[in-house]
Design a protein around this ligand. Structure first.
Ligand code: MG
Ligand code: MG
Length: 270
């Protein structure tokens, strides 16, 4: 069942989402060769609590940390550890914050130093596919329209679309209806309704779409060991149009990147 949110609830969700956005922005300056994912996790937990929120992932389904940290061939759900990041790595950081009874949940894949050109292109295409999907989250469309658009864009670039993990509705619970796959058929699935909030999160593999899971019961990685990228935004359906609740602007400020990629999805100035 899709739980639609009131205007007031959407503003509370924006607050939770922006705490995650600022946490990722803080981490953007800390991601560098030599730092461990456990160190970054500790920084994030302190930052989230200092902003009056609780880490959304900590203890969720018994996950042990505040961040899902998935380097290189890891796709999602990696557990922070003591292995230092190395020059040329990529690292998907997925972060959640819970405040005022609502969750924020989004992710960005960072470059550690200089990465290989083919990996850089994977990141660019995966992030672009996120916006291709968000553009389809509008009145009159259905879940399959978002999935179809992301899958077509991704596969046209020759990359693999992960099937086993999907985006989701977001609200008082981290995972609400509907599931938001990054693949699908036009015109299929649940219809989008005003006031719904979703997390759209393409997970894109340089090689095969097939996955495997580590014995830790959490970490999902590519079956062929090639890199995978992951980007996620939180979006509400407002006035029949996608309204971004999250932002990458704090990341871009930290990294000195100019971007207007979010402008078309923002009715409220943040
Ligand atoms: Mg997430
Ligand atoms: Mg999510």
């Amino acid at each position: 069942m899709i739980i639609v949110k009131t205007t007031e609830e959407i503003e509370l969700m924006r607050e939770s989402a922006l705490i995650v956005s600022k946490t990722l922005g803080m981490l953007a300056s800390e991601v560098k060769p030599g730092v461990t994912t456990l160190q970054l996790d500790a920084l994030a937990e302190t930052f989230i609590r200092d902003h009056g929120a609780v880490p959304g992932f900590l203890g969720l389904y018994d996950f042990p940390n505040s961040l899902c940290m998935s380097p290189n061939a890891q796709i999602v759900h990696g557990i922070p550890n003591n292995t230092p990041l190395e020059e040329g790595d990529i690292i998907s950081i997925d972060c959640g914050a819970f405040k005022n009874d609502f969750h924020g949940d989004h992710a960005y894949t960072f470059e550690v130093g200089e990465v290989a050109p083919e990996t850089k292109k994977l990141l660019d295409v995966t992030k672009a596919s996120l916006y291709v999907g968000i553009r389809e989250f509008k009145a009159g469309n259905r879940v399959g329209d978002v999935g179809y658009a992301i899958q077509k864009f991704t596969e046209d670039h020759g990359y693999g679309v992960v099937r086993e993990l999907v985006g989701h509705g977001l609200g008082r619970k981290m995972h609400e209806d509907p599931e938001m796959p990054n693949y699908g058929k036009r015109g299929r699935g649940k219809k989008f309704v005003e006031g719904m909030v979703v997390a759209i999160e393409p997970m894109t593999n340089l090689g095969t779409h097939r996955i495997k899971q580590l014995k830790d019961g959490w970490t999902i990685l590519t079956a062929d060991g090639k890199p995978s990228a992951h980007f996620e935004h939180d979006i509400a359906l407002v006035n029949g149009k996608p309204e971004l609740l999250s932002t990458f602007k704090y990341i871009y400020e930290a990294l000195g990147i100019e971007s207007n990629e979010e402008d078309e999805f923002r009715q409220v100035k943040i």
